[in-house]
Design a binder for this molecule. Structure first.
Ligand SMILES: [Mg+2]
Length: 418
């Protein structure tokens, strides 16, 4: 059923007193629904029963080599976990990691991961830092701990967090060029499809956080051109990175509908929740969003109010796999599919793969931006870096995150001190 538009909603709210009885009833219903969202959030994620004995975290180091930073965690009995961070962000954030996040985990039992990722948020007023920068630090910590735990029992990370139900996933290739002409971007998309075999692609609309007459003209040209050139069988998505106001987004959305696009990401400012909902209510094309989101309850609002049809937690910006699996569970309550946003750095795709291996309501296509890290690593199973073959990427099966960094490269890394 189509939700009422915002204008209709205002009309309803302004109606006579009989309506207020109805709205009190619907408040009770909404409350009950909210409780089931909270229950879905609160259910355990980590399969604690896989681990018989405590895994006490003894040391945590941040390592740096060139511009790359890694989190290395060691347990009391000598197991090691390692996770790559996002190099373009960690250089501004490492004091937060070293001061506010890492110390909390020392001496803790890794089997309590579900509660630890919440505990670190509430301890020492850390909640005042709520936002992607704080949660990113927690995500790096979590990834290293999960790598350690998986290696300890010989299981891939996904299998620690749910029933692993697939070994590979189709990807969509995301193109980030919004400066070039429609013709050039469409050629780039063809190139990405040719090299990866992807059956789905995404490209940019708007001018990033704003639009201009020129960007609108470009958008209105590329929407039909990409469909014409890439054919009916290619799944097309777009992302405006919060570029539009609601009326312009609705105008663009109608064009996208006309040409069979499958989602419209961040049509208006990401923190304009009512605006996002107004756009969603006015259009049939699914609205995707949530990559900037750092709050459980704001995600719940977006899902419950149907302001986004495709929630997109960023596995790093939202604080890791445990928290993002909780978002998927909330999404499942409303029958929504989830498309985790993929950070272009920090081996973002690796975490997306493990996530997609256990989240039943993940979208058919997972976001992929190619290898931007340029770091020497291989997938243990294949001896090669992650790659898309026939539009699909294999999900590592080896223990932990399932990748190995070049030991010579790592050996030259230095421990970062404050
Ligand atoms: Mg985006």
């Amino acid at each position: 059923m189509k939700m009422p538009t915002r204008r209709q909603f205002v009309k309803t709210v302004g109606a006579a007193s009989a309506a207020s009885i109805v709205s009190r009833k619907s408040f009770a219903k909404t409350r009950a629904e909210s409780e089931s969202f909270v229950e879905a959030w609160n259910k355990p994620v980590l399969r604690r029963s896989l681990f018989a004995d405590p895994i006490v975290i003894e040391s945590i180091d941040l390592l740096k080599r060139d511009k790359q930073y890694f989190v290395r965690v060691r347990s009391k009995d000598g197991a090691v976990g390692l996770a790559l961070t996002n190099r373009h962000l960690v250089n501004s954030l490492y004091p937060m990691f070293l001061i506010r996040v890492a110390p909390f985990f020392i001496g803790k039992d890794a089997r309590d991961l579900d509660t630890l990722v919440h505990g670190v948020f509430t301890v020492k007023l850390n909640y005042k830092w709520q936002g992607a920068p704080f949660w990113m630090c927690v995500a790096w910590m979590e990834f290293a701990i999960l790598d350690l735990m998986g290696k300890q029992i010989g299981q891939p990370v996904g299998a620690l967090l749910g029933e692993r139900f697939r070994d590979k996933t189709p990807i969509y290739y995301a193109n980030g060029d919004r400066e070039s002409s429609p013709e050039i971007v469409v050629e780039q998309l063809k190139g990405l499809i040719a090299k990866s075999g992807a059956r789905a692609v995404k490209f940019k609309l708007g001018a990033r956080m704003r639009y201009t007459e020129a960007s609108n003209a470009r958008d209105l040209a590329i929407i039909p051109l990409a469909r014409k050139e890439l054919g009916e069988d290619t799944t097309l998505y777009v992302d405006s990175n919060s570029s539009f106001d609601a009326p312009t987004a609705i105008r663009m959305g109608r064009e996208l509908q006309k040409y069979g696009y499958r989602f419209f990401e961040e049509p208006v400012r990401f923190d304009d929740y009512e605006g996002t909902k107004a756009v969603a209510d006015a259009l049939d094309i699914p609205i995707a969003g949530g990559e900037q989101e750092s709050s459980q309850y704001r995600f719940q609002w977006l899902i419950e109010k149907d302001a986004v049809q495709i929630p997109q937690p960023d596995l790093l910006f939202f604080g890791g796999l445990v928290r993002s699996i909780r978002v998927a569970r909330m999404a499942a309550l409303t029958g929504k599919k989830i498309v985790p946003h993929m950070s272009g750095f920090g081996l973002g795709i690796l975490y997306v793969l493990h996530y997609a291996s256990v989240v039943p309501n993940s979208n058919e296509f997972q976001e992929f931006k190619g290898d931007k890290d340029g770091i020497p690593y291989v997938v243990v199973d294949t001896g090669k870096p992650l790659e898309s073959i026939n539009g699909e990427i294999g999900i590592p099966k080896a223990p932990g995150l399932g990748v190995e960094f070049d030991p010579d490269y790592l050996n030259a890394a230095k421990v970062v001190q404050l």
